[in-house]
Structures are given as C-alpha cells and as structure tokens.
Design a protein around this ligand. Structure first.
Ligand code: ARG
Length: 468
C-alpha cells in the first residue's frame, strides 16, 4: 500500500479545485481502499456495463469501448494475480481501478467515468456484492437443512425429554426437535430471499444524486448486471443502505437461531445431560484439565451472534440522521457489512459440516425422559377420555406425581394398585399411555411429535428444498 505525502500534487481524480494536497493523515483517515478492494469484481463488472451502455447511446465509440473492456479485464487479471498495488492516495477501489485502467490505455480510460459518480458506482458495487453473498448464504442454509433432514429421519423415533422452562415437560422425539430447527432455518432462508428482491435493483445512472445530462439507458445497464430493474429515484439510490441493513437483520435472526441451537448442543454435550456427542474434530481440549472436551464450535457461534447483531445496530445508527443524499458516513457501511457476511458464512459452514456428524446417545436421552414424570399429561388425558373433567384429572395426576416424588418412582414404575389409590377410573390399559412410546405416538397430527408425523414432516421438508 503506497502513501502520498503533503508535498505531492493534489489527487489526480478530483484535485482540480484544490490548491494544497490533502493532509497525510486525513488521506489515510478518509480512504476505504483497505476494505473496499474486496469489491473489485463487482466494480469492474459495473464499469463494463456502464461503458457498454455509453457506447450504445453514442457517448463512446466502439473502439473506445473495446479499449476500456480489454483494459478492465487486464486490471482484473492483475488483481487476481497479485500484481495490483492499491494506493491510499487513490482512496478507494473505484479510483484505484480507474487510475490503473488509465495507466494501461491512456486518455480513453478517463472517459469511463462519463455520466456516473462514485456515489452510484459504490451503491451498485455493494448491491452486486450483497446479491452474490445472499446466493451463497442461501446455498449454505440449504446444505445445513439437508443435514437436519437426514438426522430427523434417522432419529424420528428416538425419544428425548421435551422441555419448557428447561424442566422436563413431555416426551418428544429427537427427530421432531431437529425439525424445529429446520423450520427456523426455512424462515431465515425466506428472509434472505425476500431481502434479495430489494437488493436487486440498479442504482447506476443516479450519478452523484440528481441523475445525469447524458442520454443514458438505465434499463440497459440494469439488465446487463442482472438486476431486476433500475431504482426509481436518484436521491434515494445513492443514499439509502436499507438493503444492507436488511441483510444484517436477516443475518441477526439467523444467528439468533444458530445461537439457540448452540446453547442446546452445549447443554446436551455436558455430563449432566449426556444426550449427544460431537465428533472430536469440532471440539478442543483444555491445556490444564486432561479430561475436557469442549464444544468450541457451538460456543463460538453463540458468541458471534452478539457480534452480528451489534453490526446491525451500527448500521442502523449510521443511517438514522443522514439527510439526503449521499454522505461520507456511508463509507462506514462496509466493514460491519463484510464482517456480518464473513461470520454468517463461517457459522453456516461449521454448522452444515457438524450437524450430520452428531452422535445421538439414545439410552441416555430415554432415561432422562423416563425420569421427569414426562407422561403426566398423558395420564390426565387418559382420565379425561374416561369421563373425568380436565381440572379434576390435573389434580389426580398432581397427587400421583407427589407420591412418585416421595417414593422416588416415575409414573410408569408404579403398579396398578398404587395408581388406583388416586382414582378408581384407572385400569390396566393405563400402561399404554404411560410409556414413552405411547405418549409420543399419541401426538399424531400435523406438527406433532409422533414418529409417523416426523417422517411426514421430513418428506415435506425434502419437497420444499427440492422446489428452491
Ligand atoms: N468510498 C466511498 C464509499 O465507500 C465511495 C463514494 C465516495 N463518494 C464521495 N462523494 N466521496 O462510500
């Protein structure tokens, strides 16, 4: 990275009206090249589309267009081969690339910027960048969901305790629990897709803020870049970053979901729960306690959820007091946005790799479900089916549970006589409902935990993924 100094002449891209060079510190302070260079591909694609349009409307000759396109392609190769020296004096990715083009092709390079501004240029670049990343994020969500479907299908009949208030509530199946995560991620996927619609509009042609006097064809550049249409208003086009904020909002919700899943994985791998095992390759040890195997990946994902949501707050605060149209404040959108994208991709990758490798400890989960009076509601429902009002049934079962606590016995461990002391409506058939299998099989409706229903939900889930 080269730096200029105060003795040097003023910036070649905008120095015309300046009589002294920019302060060396200010130059560095205001530059974005260190972080916006990652948009070089989008910047070059945007420039090629712009130049192509300028030629069509007669602003550039076809010879000039060819020079510009070839030159830009060479610049791209230089960047990809590590032969580009980014200059802080040239402030950002846009001016660095344009200067490099002009070095290569001479005066024609200086014609590229006709009828546009860095303001619509940067807005175009970010939208193209975000669109590409949304597509990748959505592929990763799908890959993770495929893993969840595989696990849900395999463990559709595996009993575990379901919790409310983190207290044992009713038995569920592990497959059903995985399908809950699947649903959360389905909504995340939809949110990214929905955000993509608003991202995919072309601001190119808005120029600095008011449009341009050249006979530009905005529909053409929009089409060349794969946008659905041009944006409607030039002031709005160069100014708002709501589409980036939406991406961060969708990301924050996704990360919240991954963080909740992480919390459960962390609990489940503990000795106290002992429900699952994560393969060693997703864990690390302790330098002092030789017995430790820590669930680092879920913990880090849980931590990164805070970081991502923090960036959402940054961008909202960045935007909230800006008058129309473009303000330099907006240069601050990139680092939070890029960090969100990088971390979301990292977390999704780790999860998509890790989920199919989860090993389920069936016996241990079953024992936990058996221990916590998890079939108490089933006993109440049984009494209701025999004609007892639900409130009375609740009372009878409450007493049975109290007795079980005193005697250290689960409901299914009690014999018929013991159960009958609480109600003479109880007979031999009660044991069909007090078993864990009886309990889950009875929840046999759409969205219920019966293994049959989980299998059906998996089939619908596969269908939905296939339709994406
Ligand atoms: N580097 C700037 C950004 O990221 C590009 C636009 C600069 N425009 C301007 N008028 N200073 O937003």
């Amino acid at each position: 990275m080269s730096e200029s100094n105060n003795q040097k002449s003023t910036n070649s891209q905008w120095g015309g009206r300046f009589s002294e060079a920019v302060d060396t510190f200010v130059e560095k302070f205001t530059a974005s090249i260190e972080f916006d260079q990652r948009m070089y591909r989008q910047d070059i694609a945007g420039s090629i589309a712009h130049a192509t349009m300028l030629e069509k409307v007669g602003v550039l000759t076809s010879d000039e267009l060819n020079q510009i396109i070839n030159g830009l392609q060479e610049v791209q190769q230089d960047i990809e081969n590590g032969n580009m020296e980014w200059s802080i004096a040239l402030e950002d990715v846009h001016m660095n690339i344009e200067a490099r083009l002009t070095d290569k092709i001479g005066i024609t390079g200086k014609k590229l910027h006709t009828g546009r501004s860095r303001n619509d240029q940067v807005a175009t670049d970010i939208r193209l960048y975000v669109r590409d990343e949304i597509d990748f994020i959505c592929e990763e969500i799908t890959r993770l969901q495929e893993g969840l479907l595989m696990l849900a299908e395999r463990e559709a009949a595996t009993i575990m305790p379901g919790f409310t208030h983190l207290q044992t509530a009713q038995p569920v199946t592990f497959g059903h629990h995985m399908m809950a995560w699947f649903e959360m991620l389905s909504r995340d996927f939809e949110r990214f897709q929905d955000c993509r619609k608003r991202v995919n509009r072309s601001p190119l042609g808005a120029a600095a803020l008011a449009g341009t006097t050249y006979p530009i064809d905005r529909a053409m550049t929009a089409k060349l870049l794969g946008f659905d249409a041009p944006t409607e208003n030039s002031l709005d086009s160069v100014s708002d970053r709501d589409f980036a904020i939406e991406l961060c909002a969708a990301s924050s919700l996704l990360m919240t979901h991954l963080s909740r899943a992480s919390e459960e994985l962390i609990l489940w791998t503990s000795a106290q729960f002992n429900f699952i095992d994560l393969p060693d390759r997703f864990c690390t040890g302790s330098s002092i306690m030789p017995q430790k195997k820590n669930p680092d990946v879920p913990e880090l994902v849980r931590g990164k959820a805070g970081r991502v949501t923090g960036h959402l707050m940054s961008l909202l605060m960045l935007m909230k007091a800006q008058p129309l149209a473009y303000n330099k404040d907006n240069q601050e959108d990139k680092e939070p946005l890029f960090d969100v994208i990088d971390n979301v991709k990292g977390c999704l990758r780790a999860y998509a790799d890790m989920i199919p490798a989860i090993q389920v400890k069936e016996a241990s989960m079953r024992e936990a479900a058996r221990r916590g009076f998890s079939t108490a509601t089933d006993l109440a429902d049984y009494l209701v089916r025999k004609g007892m009002p639900f409130r009375d049934a609740h009372e009878v079962v409450g007493k049975s549970v109290g007795y079980g606590i005193d005697q250290d016995k689960d409901l299914s461990d009690m014999n018929l006589e013991e159960l009958q002391q609480f109600s003479d409506m109880i007979s031999e058939d009660v044991f069909d409902v007090l078993t864990l299998e009886g309990s889950v099989n009875a929840r046999d409706h759409i969205g219920g935990t019966a293994p049959k229903q989980v299998i059906a939900a998996v089939a619908r889930g596969k269908q939905r993924l296939a339709e994406r």
